[in-house]
Write a protein that binds this ligand. Structure first.
Ligand code: AMP
Ligand code: ZN
Length: 493
């Protein structure tokens, strides 16, 4: 078995054999959410992918410090206003109330999807001093300049001296000049259009601001990750991750800041997840091509015919490789639901199988080979869709043993135990899937089906008062029923 782990490094654009900087220990930093509105499914895809990666690295025996930040300052809108401040102004709240509210919502959703909490979850606003120190280091090394109380990173000087700017995103400096999508107001203060603010002087009406040697102001968005990864993982660490959309400018600028401050590339392996699409198109709130996790669970959306449970969604995410785009469609979710149920049905069947055979058999070897291959798939840049397909090879074998098409004596008891152990490890520990039938929803599901049946009967009998009573009472319990092509489904609101 090939036990070496290969990781695709966005920086070198190839798979590389993974070697940690310190034996047995991995430092991993993942860019976390900007907490100014509800977490969307695209974010969830990225965090579920890194959860699977974290779980697999743990399975391999590494001790990991997994740092995932909370962006609660500095992420500006096109008009230059801070996202948190805007939310606070609209709802008449403290900016920190906005940040807390959406952080709570984010944590809740991460729990619903059964993701493990990171080892450290630092907030940008809790690390203003570290960010100020980093700005000073960048100035001291000659890569930062001060204009009217703001500090800018000198990208041109950095590119010319180090040849490093644009390496991650594959851009050359001329392109950067043309393409710079800088959304800062003070373009005229900069030496060069691709220069970016590392400290910004705040206007009087700006809500979140701090004292600094240059002005009362706030840090640039990219700075927090450079400062916090250095603080908790050191100047050089193993893995840095985030969604593809963060490669430029966020990660490119992070690299520039770290190198500008201390002269070294922060992360050995840069990992990027691909985007989650909805019906083949980019998810976008403005054109209605979007669905929230809650809408997906309840089925309360034009994009789905019914609700899908959190574990079906997690299973759906695992069916595509983290570096491939993943297209969320109703058909794909239906297929995922079928797959998820088939897998968990097989786990149940496996539990009830026992064999009288004690000596190794040819079927044992076949199953062992499949298991080995599943782990090899995971070692090949965390190939979950391939590993899942191996599990389904085993599902077919389990089902034929259960149904008697293959005599159970064809496999040894030890062979069965090895499949059980592999299933436990891969499905529960690494993929982070839960058996939803195991939770409280078991009897609830049965009862809900009964209530839905009674409502159908009432409607068929034109007994509107009973059917309305059922609907209203469920409403009061925050339960919603939805009639679709595939029948009636239910979910929590
Ligand atoms: P944000 O809160 O927008 O800063 O994003 C948090 C994380 O989610 C980042 O790593 C983004 O790259 C990632 N992300 C945003 N949109 C999507 C999407 N549609 N699919 C996958 N990941 C996304
Ligand atoms: Zn970041």
């Amino acid at each position: 078995m090939n036990t070496d782990l290969y990781i695709y490094n966005s920086l070198s654009r190839q798979k590389e054999k993974f070697t940690p900087l310190h034996e047995g220990f991995i430092g991993m930093y993942v860019c976390g959410p900007t907490v100014y509105n509800d977490v969307h499914l695209g974010n969830c895809r990225t965090f579920m992918s890194f959860d699977m990666i974290y779980r697999y690295l743990r399975y391999l025996g590494y001790k990991i410090r997994y740092v995932r930040n909370i962006t609660d300052v500095g992420h500006l809108l096109d008009d230059g206003e801070d996202r948190m401040s805007k939310g606070a102004r609209i709802d008449n709240l403290e900016p920190m109330e906005v940040a807390q509210k959406y952080t709570n919502g984010f944590h809740h959703m991460m729990k619903v999807f059964n993701t493990l909490p990171p080892s450290i979850e630092p907030r940008a606003t809790g690390h203003i001093l570290e960010q100020i120190e980093m700005v000073q280091d960048i100035i001291d090394h000659g890569y930062g300049y001060v204009r009217n109380g703001s500090v800018y990173f000198d990208t041109l000087k950095f590119a010319q001296k180090t040849g490093e700017y644009g390496k991650l995103s594959g851009r050359v400096i001329e392109e950067l000049i043309a393409e710079s999508r800088d959304n800062l107001k003070n373009q005229d203060e900069k030496n060069h259009p691709s220069d970016f603010a590392i400290w910004m002087k705040a206007s009087d009406e700006h809500l979140m601001k701090w004292n600094s040697p240059w002005s009362v102001g706030f840090p640039g968005w990219h700075l927090e990750c450079s400062a916090m990864s250095t603080k908790y993982l050191g100047r050089e660490f193993d893995i840095h991750g985030g969604g593809n959309d963060l490669k430029f400018p966020h990660h490119e600028n992070e690299i520039a800041q770290n190198m500008g401050a201390c002269g070294c590339q922060p992360a050995r392996y840069w990992m990027h997840t691909n985007m989650l699409l909805l019906n083949g198109k980019k998810m976008s709130k403005s054109d209605g091509n979007t669905i929230s996790p809650e809408e997906l669970f309840t089925g309360n959306s034009v994009h789905v015919t019914k609700g899908y449970s959190p574990m079906v969604v997690r299973f759906f995410m695992l069916q595509s490789h983290y570096r491939s785009p993943n297209d969320l469609t109703d058909e794909a979710l239906q297929a995922a639901e079928k797959g998820y149920k088939r897998l968990f049905e097989a786990i149940k069947n496996l539990g009830s199988l026992t064999s009288p055979t004690t000596a190794p058999t040819p079927l044992d070897s076949r199953c062992d080979e499949v298991i080995v291959t599943a782990f090899e798939d995971m070692n090949d840049d965390f190939n979950t869709p391939k590993a899942l397909s191996r599990l389904f090879e085993l599902v077919t074998i389990i089902n034929s043993l259960k149904e008697g098409q293959v005599p159970v004596s064809d496999i040894s008891q030890e062979g069965l135990e090895r499949i059980k152990s592999a299933f436990r490890t891969i499905i529960f520990d690494i993929f982070g899937l839960l058996d939803e039938a195991d939770t409280d929803s078991g009897p609830v599901d049965g009862l809900m089906n009964l209530i839905i049946d009674l409502r159908h009967q009432a409607r068929n009998n034109k007994d509107w008062s009973t059917s309305d009573k059922i609907r209203d009472s469920l409403n009061e319990l925050n339960i919603q029923i939805k009639d679709g092509k595939e029948g009636t489904s239910w979910g929590y609101k």
